[in-house]
Design a protein around this ligand. Structure first.
Ligand code: KIV
Ligand code: ZN
Length: 390
């Protein structure tokens, strides 16, 4: 059975770039935009054009550059924002305006100090106005995660009638549990008249570390677009990580969901984003962290050397990592030492290995990690005859 496509909406250059210290200039954004297109993202959110002349320029230049992906610009539900975004997207082959408004009680009561009906009126007016510039209009219901489902369904129905092509259901504060977020998407699928005319989109934040789980739950329950960033960067604790959702869908064929991402570019793209934004990737980050395919404890190393699948569920080459690594520390066993020694030219017999291993432990207890040059020193200072080495 053919798999259902989940569109990947990349917001590294918008939500990701909002992170303090991650600001990019237009030239840097263009390099990343080109890479994101090569990676296979379906929609590229290039910026928030009204926010600054620099962001307007970036969206405009990215619109000229990008050939296949949809280029999207963010706006509030405000006419001036929408007009400026339309202008910035003028050269895009496939332009999308992403407009919206807060729908939760706290947004309506405290931010806008208005009523639910007035928010619906502004939402419809924004979508209608955006439609006068572009065909493809995405509506976001900010803080949908904490919005009452019945009211959210009324908002969705109204903006679909006004022509919205995509409905973004953000868990803006990262509050939802996966079951709850999935149930919200299911509720909208089942209760919004005209929902077949629009795509439901997940935009989840990571305040409780649930952004990826919530997005996958949304997709399982009928969402067909996921908004995410490379390395999961974004406001506060970040957004859903692109590499994580893509690999979850790939590694779980039972979900019957697929993306257009060339996964072999994931590791390199992660490095590019990290370098350009000056934002290091934590070593234990899933998929793209430097330790994601590194094995350091003796038990795991022995298992992986015998059969990679014992401790690895992803082939590192699938995400652009040439091979898994066997890291030598004081927790490593003989199998790992023999493996690494062989890689640098020493085929040790069992007896030789016992002697070299004792020497190795002395080195490893004072050094965090044993590297290739240390292996030479360890072997050569062990009480074994070098000429007896195979
Ligand atoms: O988190 C959020 O709600 C957003 C919207 C502007 C889409 O980033
Ligand atoms: Zn966001």
């Amino acid at each position: 059975m053919a798999k259902d496509k989940v569109q990947i909406f990349d917001t590294t250059l918008r939500d990701g770039e909002q992170v303090p210290g991650c600001k990019l200039d237009t030239a840097q954004k263009l390099v990343l935009a080109e890479r994101l297109e090569e990676l296979g993202v379906d929609i590229l959110e290039a910026g928030f054009p009204i926010s600054s002349p620099g962001d307007f320029n970036s969206v405009s230049e990215i619109s000229k550059l990008i050939k296949n992906a949809t280029v999207c610009g963010l706006t509030r539900a405000v006419e001036k924002d929408i007009k400026v975004a339309a202008e910035a997207l003028r050269y895009a082959k496939k332009p999308r305006i992403h407009t919206g408004i807060g729908t939760s009680e706290s947004h309506i009561k405290f931010k806008f100090k208005t009523s639910q009906e007035e928010v619906i009126r502004r939402a419809v007016a924004a979508v209608t106005y955006a439609k006068s510039f572009v065909e493809d209009v995405e509506f976001f219901a900010e803080d949908a995660g904490r919005t009452d489902n019945e009211y959210l369904a009324r908002v969705c129905e109204a903006v679909i009638k006004a022509g919205a092509t995509v409905l973004n259901i953000p868990d803006t504060t990262g509050y939802c549990l996966p079951e709850e977020y999935g149930a919200k998407i299911k509720y909208l699928k089942e209760n919004v008249t005209g929902i077949d005319k629009a795509i439901l989109s997940c935009h989840c934040h990571n305040d409780l570390g649930l952004a990826t789980a919530n997005s996958v739950s949304g997709a399982i329950n009928g969402a067909r677009q996921i908004e995410c960033t490379i390395n999961g960067i974004g406001e506060r604790a970040g957004n859903t990580s692109l590499e994580e959702v893509v690999m979850i869908l790939k590694q779980h064929p039972d979900l019957n969901l697929d993306t257009n991402i060339n996964t072999r570019l994931l590791f390199d793209t992660s490095k590019m984003v990290s370098q350009k934004m000056g934002m290091p990737v934590q070593p234990n980050k899933a998929i793209v962290g430097t330790n994601a395919f590194a094995h350091s404890s003796g038990i795991h190393q022995d298992g992986v050397i015998k059969n990679r699948g014992t401790y690895e569920i992803i082939d590192p080459e699938d995400v652009g990592v040439s091979e898994s690594s066997i890291v030598l520390t004081a927790r490593s066993g003989r199998a790992a030492l023999a493996y690494r020694a062989k890689n640098v030219g020493y085929e040790l017999t069992k007896l030789q290995l016992d002697t070299v291993y004792d020497n190795f432990l002395k080195f490893a207890d004072v050094k965090k990690e044993i590297v290739d040059s240390d292996i030479h020193e360890i072997v050569e200072t062990s009480n074994i005859k070098l000429e007896s080495l195979a």
